[in-house]
Each structure stands twice: as structure tokens, then as C-alpha cells.
Design a protein around this ligand. Structure first.
Ligand SMILES: Cc1ncc(COP(=O)(O)O)c(C=O)c1O
Length: 400
């Protein structure tokens, strides 16, 4: 019965063009990748600075393994917390303390686990969680698992958030937002969110998965980008995107971090990440903060501008395409197509030309807003960007 039920549901997904497929890569992450025996030009990773295959990080990973072994062997609270994890947390605390004075940092295996930890540990029955409707799934899941009631506000509608906060009577209020929205690329108005937090005695939880390493002074992220500084800030950053490796961290007031250590189940009941990763992450932080990191960010900004200029020109030449380029200044440049099947067809037409740009469909994005999620990396070249734009022009012609 179970298998029939699941097969029925899978067929339903096929009928709605919602079945997802994995692809197996046969070369390291980068713009030019071998995928299922074909050479592809990829615009889909979150490796914004092009560090995932950087020789210094590969070397640091090997060095970390030689120093600390291959695995951690246990959870952090048993025996898996190594010197490498401690050094990484100390370094990240130094990075984040200009934005969160006196911050302490806790490292996690993944951003998903960090968000579950944060929202379940802080969102007890004395709290209310206020969340932007376009927040990442990990924040949504964390809020659903938490005991605190959840109030969602339409994307970016801080006027409605203010009303919700005004009506709230719980002693603890947590405003939760992506800093860079993962499927739209737009930035949350963090200064206005922090002002609301201050006015309503609330805390602001910022998910900086797509800002850390890319935005702000020395790549310190979205809080630095906006020049924010407050003890009311709680920041989650991921380390598998711009930082090129994997893992995540939470930076916050020391008492918040201590409470996570004591009570967050997705921190406590899981094996600590291999210490070699923490060791290599320290090398990644040095790279992100170096002149090379600065150059990579500058190159990424140029590529973003180039892509937007060329795509806008293409859409002006062909006004009937029905595509819309999202209003984003970040490395996430979604091309909104609307219909699920149309987004899949466009992605397939690019694929036929050796271009890898995934179609993103509901439930990851709202119904009727299926899109190509184009992401850029400092490892792309201007020629790569032109190849993509030419490919889109050809795809549009073939689908008409
Ligand atoms: C906004 C956002 N938060 C959290 C995550 C989860 O991070 P991780 O991939 O490290 O689990 C992601 C992406 O994966 C994300 O886009």
C-alpha cells in the first residue's frame, strides 16, 4: 500500500512538472564541470568566490586531516569538540564582534541544523517568532518545530510586521529573516528590521547564508554591509557557500550561545563535523579577508553588472519573452518564467547547449513564479556570462 501510495504521489508530481532530478558531477565544483559524461558551463552553485576548488583550501583540508585525523568520532558534548573547532569559533567571533559586540560563536555541521537549533532553542512558549514569508526552508522548519507561535509577514512588508509586533504580548519576540533571500537574491532591509526590533524589545535573527564572505568589509557579511552593530543581533552564517567548504555558525550574545550548547538538539545529538573541515575553514577565512578575497568580490560585482546589462538588453530586444529578471544586486540572479513546465523547458534548452542552470519550482518558490536560478561566481569569466546570454537567446528562439 505504501509503495502504491508513493508511486501515485510521484506520478502526480510528474503531471505538475514538479519531479526533481539529481545530477552526478564528475569534476570539482567550478564554472566548467563534467556532468554525466558531458562538459557543462554551470551557473548553479553557491560557490560565490570560487573557493570550493581553491588549491590553498585543498591543501588545508589535507593538512587538517594529517593534524586531526579524518573524523571527530563523537558529538561536541561527548568528545568530538577539537582544538580546530575551538580555533574556528574564536576566529569567527573576532569576525563578527564589530557587528555583535562581545559575540560568542558556535559552529555547526550545516546551516540547516544551525537554524533548527536557533529557532527551537530560543523559540520556547514564552516567545513569538515573526518570519518573512520567503525565508529559507530551514528557518521555516525551525519555526514549525519550535514551541513558540509563528507569525509570518508577506515578503518585505515591515509595516505589517510592525503591526504584528505591536499586538504581541509574549515577553520574548524573535524577528527572523534571510539577509539575502536565497531564491530571489534581494537584500532584506536589515537596518529597518533592527530598528523595529529595538522599538519592540525584540531580537533580530539574521540568516546570512548568501551574504557571508561576499558582502561587507572583508567579506564579513550583511551586518557589516549595512554597518549594523547591536547586541540584539543573532547571526547564522553558512560555510559551504562563499567559504567553499561546509558547515555553519551562529554568532550571538554569549548567554544565547551557552543556551544553544545546553539545549539545541541539532547541536547536541549529532557527530561533530570532521576537525579537518574546521582547520580548512580557518584558511578560508584568511583567504576571504585577504587582498585576493577582495579581488574576487570585485570581480563578482563586475560579473553581476555585466549579466544584468546583457539580460536586460536581451529582454528589451525580445519583449514578448515573458521573462522577468528579479530585482537583485547579488550573485543570485533569478530569471522568473512563471509556469513550471516553461521553466523546465528553458532549463532543458540551455542544457542541450551545455549550459547548466537549474529550474526552481514550487514549493521552493511560490506557485506561478518558477524560475531559472542563475548564480555567478568569481571563477566565471565575462566570456562565460556572454555564453549564457547567447544560450538564452537561442533557447528563447527554439521555444517560440
Ligand atoms: C538562506 C539559507 N539558509 C540556510 C541554508 C542551509 O545551509 P546549509 O546548506 O549549510 O545547510 C541555505 C542553503 O542551503 C540557505 O540558502
Amino acid at each position: 500500500m505504501l509503495i502504491e501510495h508513493l508511486n501515485h504521489r510521484l506520478r502526480e508530481r510528474d503531471g505538475q512538472a514538479l519531479r526533481r532530478q539529481r545530477r552526478t558531477t564528475e569534476s570539482p565544483c567550478g564554472p566548467h564541470q563534467r556532468v554525466s559524461g558531458r562538459d557543462m558551463l554551470a551557473f548553479c552553485s553557491n560557490d560565490y568566490l570560487g573557493l570550493a576548488n581553491h588549491p590553498a583550501l585543498i591543501e588545508a583540508l589535507g593538512e587538517g586531516a594529517r593534524l586531526h585525523g579524518a573524523g571527530s568520532g563523537a558529538s561536541h558534548l561527548i568528545s568530538g569538540h577539537s582544538h580546530a573547532h575551538a580555533l574556528l569559533e574564536d576566529e569567527l567571533a573576532r569576525w563578527m564582534s564589530p557587528s555583535i559586540p562581545g559575540a560568542r560563536v558556535l559552529s555547526f555541521c550545516t546551516g540547516y541544523m544551525a537554524n533548527l537549533a536557533l529557532l527551537t532553542a530560543l523559540g520556547d512558549a514564552s516567545a513569538t517568532i515573526f518570519a518573512d514569508k520567503l525565508n529559507h526552508a530551514s528557518l521555516v522548519d525551525g519555526a514549525l518545530l519550535a514551541k513558540a507561535p509563528l507569525q509570518r509577514y508577506p515578503h518585505g512588508r515591515l509595516d505589517l510586521l510592525a503591526q504584528q509586533l505591536g499586538r504581541c504580548s509574549t515577553p520574548i519576540k524573535l524577528i527572523v529573516s534571510d539577509a539575502v533571500f536565497s531564491m530571489d537574491g534581494d537584500l532584506a532591509d536589515l537596518p529597518a528590521l533592527l530598528a523595529l526590533a529595538e522599538a519592540h524589545d525584540a531580537w533580530l535573527v539574521v540568516d546570512d547564508a548568501h551574504g557571508f564572505g561576499v558582502l561587507g568589509e572583508g567579506g564579513r557579511g550583511s551586518l557589516s554591509h549595512f554597518g549594523l552593530r547591536s547586541e540584539r543581533l543573532i547571526c547564522m552564517g553558512t560555510l559551504g557557500k562563499a567559504a567553499g567548504l561546509g558547515g555553519a555558525f551562529v554568532a550571538a550574545h554569549p548567554s544565547i550561545i551557552e543556551w544553544l550548547v545546553q539545549s539545541a538538539r541539532s547541536y547536541i545529538y549529532t557527530t561533530a563535523a570532521p576537525p579537518a573541515i574546521a582547520h580548512a575553514l580557518c584558511a578560508s577565512l584568511r583567504l576571504i579577508g585577504s587582498d585576493e578575497g577582495e579581488q574576487r568580490r570585485a570581480r563578482l560585482r563586475q560579473l553581476i553588472e555585466l549579466l544584468r546589462d546583457r539580460l536586460n538588453a536581451l529582454m528589451q530586444q525580445h519583449p514578448g519573452l515573458g521573462w522577468r529578471l528579479a530585482d537583485s544586486t547579488t550573485a543570485i540572479q533569478p530569471l522568473i518564467v512563471g509556469d513550471n513546465a516553461a521553466a523546465l523547458a528553458l532549463s532543458a534548452a540551455l542544457d542541450a547547449q551545455g549550459l547548466w542552470v537549474p529550474a526552481i519550482r514550487p514549493p521552493t518558490v511560490p506557485a506561478g513564479t518558477a524560475r531559472l536560478r542563475i548564480t555567478l561566481s568569481a571563477a566565471h569569466t565575462p566570456e562565460d556570462v556572454q555564453t549564457l546570454v547567447d544560450g538564452l537567446a537561442r533557447a528563447a528562439a527554439s521555444l517560440r
